[in-house]
Ligand binder design. Sequence first.
Ligand SMILES: NC(=O)c1ccc[n+]([C@@H]2O[C@H](COP(=O)([O-])OP(=O)(O)OC[C@H]3O[C@@H](n4cnc5c(N)ncnc54)[C@H](OP(=O)(O)O)[C@@H]3O)[C@@H](O)[C@H]2O)c1
Length: 285
Amino acid sequence: MNGERYLITGGTGYLGQALIRHARCLGVQIAATFHSQTPPALAEVAWHPLDLRDAAAVMALIREVQPTVIVHTAFRQYDPDLMAVTGEGAGHVAVAAAQIGARLIHMSSDVIFDGEKGEPYTEDDPPNPITDYGRAKARAEALVQAAYPAAAIVRTSLIYGFEPMDRHTAFALAVARGERPERLFRDEFRCPIFVDDLAVALIDLAQRDYRGVINLAGAEILSRYEWGCLLAQAYGLDPGLIRGAWSAESPTPRPRNCALDISRARQLGFRLRGAREVLQSPGRL
Ligand SMILES: NC(=O)c1ccc[n+]([C@@H]2O[C@H](COP(=O)([O-])OP(=O)(O)OC[C@H]3O[C@@H](n4cnc5c(N)ncnc54)[C@H](OP(=O)(O)O)[C@@H]3O)[C@@H](O)[C@H]2O)c1
Protein backbone atom coordinates (compact mmCIF):
# COMPACT_ATOMS: atom_id res chain seq x y z
CA MET A 1 0.00 0.00 0.00
CA ASN A 2 3.03 2.24 -0.09
CA GLY A 3 2.36 5.28 -2.20
CA GLU A 4 -1.36 5.26 -1.46
CA ARG A 5 -2.89 8.57 -0.39
CA TYR A 6 -6.16 8.31 1.55
CA LEU A 7 -8.62 11.14 1.87
CA ILE A 8 -11.18 10.50 4.60
CA THR A 9 -14.05 12.97 4.55
CA GLY A 10 -15.60 13.36 8.00
CA GLY A 11 -12.34 12.57 9.79
CA THR A 12 -13.77 14.07 13.00
CA GLY A 13 -16.77 11.72 12.84
CA TYR A 14 -17.20 8.32 14.48
CA LEU A 15 -16.44 6.16 11.45
CA GLY A 16 -13.87 8.66 10.17
CA GLN A 17 -11.87 8.36 13.41
CA ALA A 18 -11.87 4.57 13.17
CA LEU A 19 -10.73 4.73 9.53
CA ILE A 20 -7.88 7.02 10.53
CA ARG A 21 -6.83 4.61 13.32
CA HIS A 22 -6.70 1.72 10.86
CA ALA A 23 -5.13 3.67 8.00
CA ARG A 24 -2.34 4.86 10.33
CA CYS A 25 -1.31 1.22 10.79
CA LEU A 26 -0.96 0.75 7.03
CA GLY A 27 1.72 3.34 6.46
CA VAL A 28 -0.36 5.18 3.84
CA GLN A 29 -0.49 8.97 3.59
CA ILE A 30 -3.64 10.28 5.25
CA ALA A 31 -5.58 13.47 4.67
CA ALA A 32 -8.85 13.99 6.52
CA THR A 33 -11.53 16.66 6.65
CA PHE A 34 -13.39 18.39 9.45
CA HIS A 35 -16.27 20.83 9.43
CA SER A 36 -17.29 22.26 12.83
CA GLN A 37 -15.05 20.36 15.26
CA THR A 38 -11.39 21.02 16.00
CA PRO A 39 -9.61 17.94 14.74
CA PRO A 40 -7.20 16.05 17.01
CA ALA A 41 -3.50 16.66 16.39
CA LEU A 42 -2.15 13.45 14.86
CA ALA A 43 1.33 13.43 13.40
CA GLU A 44 0.45 11.33 10.35
CA VAL A 45 -2.75 13.15 9.40
CA ALA A 46 -3.05 16.29 7.27
CA TRP A 47 -6.30 17.99 8.25
CA HIS A 48 -8.38 20.12 5.88
CA PRO A 49 -11.51 22.14 6.61
CA LEU A 50 -14.38 21.29 4.28
CA ASP A 51 -17.93 22.34 3.66
CA LEU A 52 -19.61 19.79 1.42
CA ARG A 53 -22.14 22.38 0.26
CA ASP A 54 -19.38 24.20 -1.60
CA ALA A 55 -18.80 22.29 -4.85
CA ALA A 56 -15.80 24.43 -5.83
CA ALA A 57 -14.15 23.86 -2.44
CA VAL A 58 -14.68 20.10 -2.72
CA MET A 59 -13.10 20.11 -6.17
CA ALA A 60 -10.18 22.32 -5.05
CA LEU A 61 -9.43 20.10 -2.05
CA ILE A 62 -9.47 16.87 -4.03
CA ARG A 63 -7.30 18.39 -6.77
CA GLU A 64 -4.85 19.63 -4.12
CA VAL A 65 -4.61 16.39 -2.13
CA GLN A 66 -4.66 14.09 -5.20
CA PRO A 67 -5.80 11.09 -3.17
CA THR A 68 -5.64 7.60 -4.65
CA VAL A 69 -8.49 6.55 -2.32
CA ILE A 70 -11.39 8.64 -0.99
CA VAL A 71 -13.67 7.28 1.71
CA HIS A 72 -16.62 9.63 1.88
CA THR A 73 -18.15 9.38 5.36
CA ALA A 74 -19.06 13.06 5.96
CA PHE A 75 -22.76 13.82 6.25
CA ARG A 76 -25.39 15.34 8.50
CA GLN A 77 -28.48 13.46 9.63
CA TYR A 78 -30.31 16.47 11.02
CA ASP A 79 -29.56 19.85 9.48
CA PRO A 80 -31.53 22.62 7.81
CA ASP A 81 -29.22 21.99 4.86
CA LEU A 82 -29.55 18.22 5.03
CA MET A 83 -30.03 17.66 1.30
CA ALA A 84 -27.25 20.09 0.32
CA VAL A 85 -24.74 18.49 2.72
CA THR A 86 -25.67 14.82 2.60
CA GLY A 87 -27.21 14.51 -0.85
CA GLU A 88 -25.69 17.08 -3.19
CA GLY A 89 -22.40 17.12 -1.23
CA ALA A 90 -21.83 13.46 -2.04
CA GLY A 91 -22.36 14.30 -5.69
CA HIS A 92 -19.66 16.99 -5.52
CA VAL A 93 -17.22 14.45 -4.05
CA ALA A 94 -18.04 11.92 -6.78
CA VAL A 95 -17.58 14.45 -9.60
CA ALA A 96 -14.16 15.46 -8.23
CA ALA A 97 -13.11 11.85 -7.56
CA ALA A 98 -14.03 10.89 -11.11
CA GLN A 99 -12.07 13.79 -12.48
CA ILE A 100 -8.80 12.67 -10.87
CA GLY A 101 -9.58 8.92 -11.13
CA ALA A 102 -9.41 8.25 -7.37
CA ARG A 103 -10.94 5.09 -5.94
CA LEU A 104 -14.17 6.26 -4.28
CA ILE A 105 -15.92 4.49 -1.43
CA HIS A 106 -19.19 6.25 -0.66
CA MET A 107 -20.95 5.53 2.64
CA SER A 108 -24.68 4.96 2.35
CA SER A 109 -27.27 3.69 4.80
CA ASP A 110 -29.96 1.06 5.33
CA VAL A 111 -32.54 3.81 5.90
CA ILE A 112 -32.79 4.46 2.17
CA PHE A 113 -35.45 1.73 2.42
CA ASP A 114 -39.01 1.94 3.74
CA GLY A 115 -38.44 -1.15 5.90
CA GLU A 116 -41.51 -2.96 4.58
CA LYS A 117 -39.92 -5.68 2.41
CA GLY A 118 -40.26 -8.32 5.11
CA GLU A 119 -36.88 -9.88 4.40
CA PRO A 120 -33.31 -8.57 4.22
CA TYR A 121 -32.58 -6.08 1.46
CA THR A 122 -30.10 -7.09 -1.24
CA GLU A 123 -27.87 -4.84 -3.31
CA ASP A 124 -30.46 -4.96 -6.11
CA ASP A 125 -33.31 -3.51 -4.07
CA PRO A 126 -34.17 0.05 -5.13
CA PRO A 127 -34.24 2.79 -2.49
CA ASN A 128 -37.64 3.91 -1.23
CA PRO A 129 -36.93 6.30 1.66
CA ILE A 130 -39.58 7.53 4.07
CA THR A 131 -37.53 10.03 6.12
CA ASP A 132 -35.72 13.23 5.15
CA TYR A 133 -32.41 11.64 6.06
CA GLY A 134 -33.22 8.56 3.95
CA ARG A 135 -34.17 10.79 1.01
CA ALA A 136 -30.86 12.66 1.27
CA LYS A 137 -28.86 9.40 1.38
CA ALA A 138 -30.85 8.00 -1.57
CA ARG A 139 -30.17 11.19 -3.53
CA ALA A 140 -26.48 10.85 -2.66
CA GLU A 141 -26.42 7.30 -4.03
CA ALA A 142 -28.06 8.40 -7.28
CA LEU A 143 -25.64 11.29 -7.75
CA VAL A 144 -22.58 9.15 -7.00
CA GLN A 145 -23.74 6.43 -9.38
CA ALA A 146 -24.38 8.96 -12.16
CA ALA A 147 -21.12 10.89 -11.72
CA TYR A 148 -18.83 7.94 -11.12
CA PRO A 149 -20.13 4.44 -11.96
CA ALA A 150 -16.81 2.91 -10.83
CA ALA A 151 -17.42 4.05 -7.24
CA ALA A 152 -18.34 1.55 -4.53
CA ILE A 153 -21.50 2.47 -2.62
CA VAL A 154 -21.55 0.88 0.82
CA ARG A 155 -24.89 0.38 2.52
CA THR A 156 -24.38 -0.16 6.21
CA SER A 157 -26.38 -0.24 9.43
CA LEU A 158 -25.99 1.02 13.01
CA ILE A 159 -22.29 1.56 13.63
CA TYR A 160 -21.17 0.78 17.18
CA GLY A 161 -17.99 0.51 19.19
CA PHE A 162 -16.67 0.88 22.71
CA GLU A 163 -13.40 2.81 22.64
CA PRO A 164 -14.65 5.41 22.08
CA MET A 165 -18.29 4.52 22.57
CA ASP A 166 -20.74 5.40 19.79
CA ARG A 167 -23.93 7.35 20.39
CA HIS A 168 -26.30 4.39 19.89
CA THR A 169 -24.56 2.29 22.55
CA ALA A 170 -24.30 5.23 24.95
CA PHE A 171 -28.04 5.87 24.48
CA ALA A 172 -29.04 2.22 25.06
CA LEU A 173 -26.89 2.01 28.20
CA ALA A 174 -28.35 5.28 29.52
CA VAL A 175 -31.83 3.79 29.05
CA ALA A 176 -30.74 0.58 30.81
CA ARG A 177 -29.37 2.62 33.73
CA GLY A 178 -32.66 4.49 34.04
CA GLU A 179 -30.94 7.76 33.12
CA ARG A 180 -33.25 8.24 30.12
CA PRO A 181 -36.99 7.65 29.91
CA GLU A 182 -37.14 6.35 26.33
CA ARG A 183 -38.36 2.88 25.39
CA LEU A 184 -36.66 0.81 22.69
CA PHE A 185 -38.54 -0.44 19.64
CA ARG A 186 -39.26 -4.17 19.55
CA ASP A 187 -40.17 -4.13 15.85
CA GLU A 188 -37.37 -1.97 14.39
CA PHE A 189 -34.73 -4.30 13.02
CA ARG A 190 -31.17 -3.45 12.01
CA CYS A 191 -27.82 -5.19 11.58
CA PRO A 192 -25.44 -3.39 13.97
CA ILE A 193 -21.85 -3.43 12.78
CA PHE A 194 -18.76 -3.12 14.93
CA VAL A 195 -16.88 -0.02 13.80
CA ASP A 196 -13.50 -1.78 13.54
CA ASP A 197 -14.99 -4.57 11.40
CA LEU A 198 -16.44 -1.90 9.11
CA ALA A 199 -13.20 0.10 8.91
CA VAL A 200 -11.20 -3.02 8.02
CA ALA A 201 -13.78 -4.00 5.38
CA LEU A 202 -13.75 -0.51 3.84
CA ILE A 203 -9.96 -0.46 3.55
CA ASP A 204 -10.12 -3.93 1.99
CA LEU A 205 -12.81 -2.73 -0.43
CA ALA A 206 -10.65 0.24 -1.38
CA GLN A 207 -8.04 -2.21 -2.73
CA ARG A 208 -10.58 -4.01 -4.94
CA ASP A 209 -12.22 -3.03 -8.22
CA TYR A 210 -15.77 -3.60 -6.92
CA ARG A 211 -18.24 -1.15 -8.54
CA GLY A 212 -21.72 -0.23 -7.39
CA VAL A 213 -23.69 -1.10 -4.28
CA ILE A 214 -22.45 -3.51 -1.62
CA ASN A 215 -24.01 -4.28 1.76
CA LEU A 216 -21.46 -4.23 4.60
CA ALA A 217 -23.38 -4.71 7.84
CA GLY A 218 -23.31 -6.91 10.91
CA ALA A 219 -24.24 -10.58 10.55
CA GLU A 220 -26.99 -10.56 13.18
CA ILE A 221 -30.43 -8.98 12.75
CA LEU A 222 -31.61 -7.43 16.01
CA SER A 223 -34.43 -5.20 17.11
CA ARG A 224 -33.44 -2.00 18.90
CA TYR A 225 -34.86 -3.58 22.06
CA GLU A 226 -32.87 -6.83 21.67
CA TRP A 227 -29.76 -4.83 20.91
CA GLY A 228 -30.21 -2.70 24.02
CA CYS A 229 -30.70 -5.81 26.17
CA LEU A 230 -27.52 -7.42 24.80
CA LEU A 231 -25.52 -4.27 25.52
CA ALA A 232 -26.98 -3.98 29.02
CA GLN A 233 -26.02 -7.59 29.77
CA ALA A 234 -22.51 -7.05 28.42
CA TYR A 235 -22.10 -4.10 30.80
CA GLY A 236 -23.49 -5.97 33.82
CA LEU A 237 -26.78 -4.04 33.83
CA ASP A 238 -30.26 -5.48 34.25
CA PRO A 239 -31.94 -5.72 30.81
CA GLY A 240 -35.24 -6.07 32.64
CA LEU A 241 -35.13 -2.33 33.27
CA ILE A 242 -35.37 -1.61 29.53
CA ARG A 243 -38.92 -1.00 28.39
CA GLY A 244 -40.00 -1.97 24.88
CA ALA A 245 -42.18 0.01 22.46
CA TRP A 246 -43.74 -0.47 19.01
CA SER A 247 -42.72 1.76 16.13
CA ALA A 248 -46.38 2.54 15.39
CA GLU A 249 -46.25 4.59 18.61
CA SER A 250 -43.67 6.93 17.04
CA PRO A 251 -45.10 10.32 16.04
CA THR A 252 -42.90 10.32 12.91
CA PRO A 253 -42.61 7.54 10.31
CA ARG A 254 -39.70 5.16 10.89
CA PRO A 255 -38.50 2.38 8.60
CA ARG A 256 -39.16 -0.80 10.58
CA ASN A 257 -37.10 -3.62 9.15
CA CYS A 258 -33.99 -2.41 7.34
CA ALA A 259 -32.03 -5.65 7.72
CA LEU A 260 -29.39 -5.98 5.01
CA ASP A 261 -28.51 -9.22 3.19
CA ILE A 262 -24.73 -9.57 3.44
CA SER A 263 -24.32 -12.80 1.47
CA ARG A 264 -22.52 -11.07 -1.39
CA ALA A 265 -19.97 -9.51 0.98
CA ARG A 266 -19.44 -12.89 2.63
CA GLN A 267 -18.89 -14.58 -0.73
CA LEU A 268 -16.26 -11.93 -1.43
CA GLY A 269 -14.52 -12.82 1.84
CA PHE A 270 -15.40 -9.84 4.04
CA ARG A 271 -15.51 -10.67 7.76
CA LEU A 272 -18.65 -9.13 9.20
CA ARG A 273 -19.42 -10.37 12.69
CA GLY A 274 -22.76 -10.38 14.44
CA ALA A 275 -23.23 -8.37 17.62
CA ARG A 276 -23.19 -11.40 19.96
CA GLU A 277 -19.92 -12.61 18.48
CA VAL A 278 -18.33 -9.19 18.98
CA LEU A 279 -19.66 -8.79 22.53
CA GLN A 280 -18.38 -12.25 23.49
CA SER A 281 -14.89 -11.68 22.11
CA PRO A 282 -12.37 -11.32 24.94
CA GLY A 283 -11.39 -7.84 26.09
CA ARG A 284 -13.83 -6.15 23.74
CA LEU A 285 -15.50 -3.83 26.25
N1 LIG B 1 -23.54 5.98 12.53
C1 LIG B 1 -24.37 5.07 12.06
O1 LIG B 1 -24.95 4.29 12.80
C2 LIG B 1 -24.58 4.96 10.57
C3 LIG B 1 -25.52 4.03 10.07
C4 LIG B 1 -25.66 3.90 8.68
C5 LIG B 1 -24.91 4.68 7.83
N2 LIG B 1 -24.03 5.59 8.34
C6 LIG B 1 -23.24 6.42 7.42
O2 LIG B 1 -21.88 6.33 7.80
C7 LIG B 1 -21.24 7.59 7.60
C8 LIG B 1 -20.48 8.01 8.84
O3 LIG B 1 -21.37 8.12 9.95
P1 LIG B 1 -20.83 8.62 11.38
O4 LIG B 1 -21.88 8.25 12.38
O5 LIG B 1 -19.44 8.16 11.56
O6 LIG B 1 -20.85 10.21 11.19
P2 LIG B 1 -20.62 11.35 12.29
O7 LIG B 1 -19.92 10.82 13.48
O8 LIG B 1 -21.92 12.06 12.52
O9 LIG B 1 -19.63 12.35 11.53
C9 LIG B 1 -20.08 13.17 10.47
C10 LIG B 1 -18.90 13.87 9.85
O10 LIG B 1 -19.36 14.71 8.78
C11 LIG B 1 -18.75 16.00 8.93
N3 LIG B 1 -19.62 17.02 8.37
C12 LIG B 1 -20.83 17.42 8.83
N4 LIG B 1 -21.31 18.43 8.07
C13 LIG B 1 -20.39 18.67 7.12
C14 LIG B 1 -20.31 19.60 6.04
N5 LIG B 1 -21.28 20.50 5.79
N6 LIG B 1 -19.21 19.56 5.26
C15 LIG B 1 -18.22 18.67 5.50
N7 LIG B 1 -18.24 17.76 6.49
C16 LIG B 1 -19.32 17.78 7.30
C17 LIG B 1 -18.57 16.18 10.43
O11 LIG B 1 -17.58 17.16 10.68
P3 LIG B 1 -17.56 17.98 12.08
O12 LIG B 1 -17.90 16.99 13.15
O13 LIG B 1 -16.14 18.49 12.17
O14 LIG B 1 -18.58 19.05 11.96
C18 LIG B 1 -18.12 14.76 10.83
O15 LIG B 1 -16.75 14.61 10.63
C19 LIG B 1 -22.32 8.55 7.14
O16 LIG B 1 -22.24 8.71 5.74
C20 LIG B 1 -23.62 7.88 7.52
O17 LIG B 1 -24.68 8.20 6.65
C21 LIG B 1 -23.85 5.74 9.69
